[in-house]
Write a protein of this length. Structure first.
Length: 167
């Protein structure tokens, strides 16, 4: 089976829209990595993950991908704090009893944590896809607006089952 890595933030759960609005509009701060990093590192991740919306039936889509037996599915997610890593693992565990979850320290490339050659990464961040494809992997962009940024693009995770290059 082909290895399939799925990003978490902005793919499974929308952990992006609310924080950006909160930091930018409510706090009136500039949206930059320093301010966003501060916000994310001070969060109560348990409560936060409960409140953020699931994107385009991502959980059901992952169930469908697993059932297809076409891919060995893992979740590959950048984290800023240990608390974030713990709560993301707990969150995924609520839905999937037996799936690999790999938290990646924010300052390390996802390509440095797993075997990339021929493996697929679904990610909403083009920077991650660029690193991934440079490391010999196959990058698939997730975008609810179907903005490709030069990669094959999907807006529902189970569309990976229909992509020619993925099988
Ligand atoms: Mg992401």
């Amino acid at each position: 089976m082909k290895q399939l890595y799925i990003d978490f933030d902005g793919v499974i759960l929308d952990t992006i829209t609310y924080p950006y609005e909160y930091v930018g509009k409510s706090l009136g701060l500039e949206i930059n990595s320093e301010n966003m990093g501060k916000f994310y590192s001070e969060l109560d991740w348990n409560q936060f993950l409960k409140k953020m919306p699931i994107i385009n039936n991502s959980i059901e889509c992952i169930e469908r991908i697993i059932k297809s037996k076409q891919f060995e599915v893992s979740i590959l997610t950048h984290v800023t704090t240990l608390d974030e890593a713990i709560e993301k693992v707990e969150y995924i565990r609520k839905y999937f009893k037996d799936i690999t979850v790999i938290p990646v320290p924010r300052k390390i490339s996802k390509t440095k944590m797993v075997y990339t050659e021929g493996a697929i990464l679904i990610d909403d961040f083009a920077g991650n896809l660029e690193e991934w494809t440079e490391a010999g992997g196959i990058g698939i962009r997730f975008s609810t607006k179907l903005s490709s940024k030069g990669y094959p693009v999907i807006d529902y995770l189970d569309q990976i089952l229909e992509l020619e290059l993925a099988v």
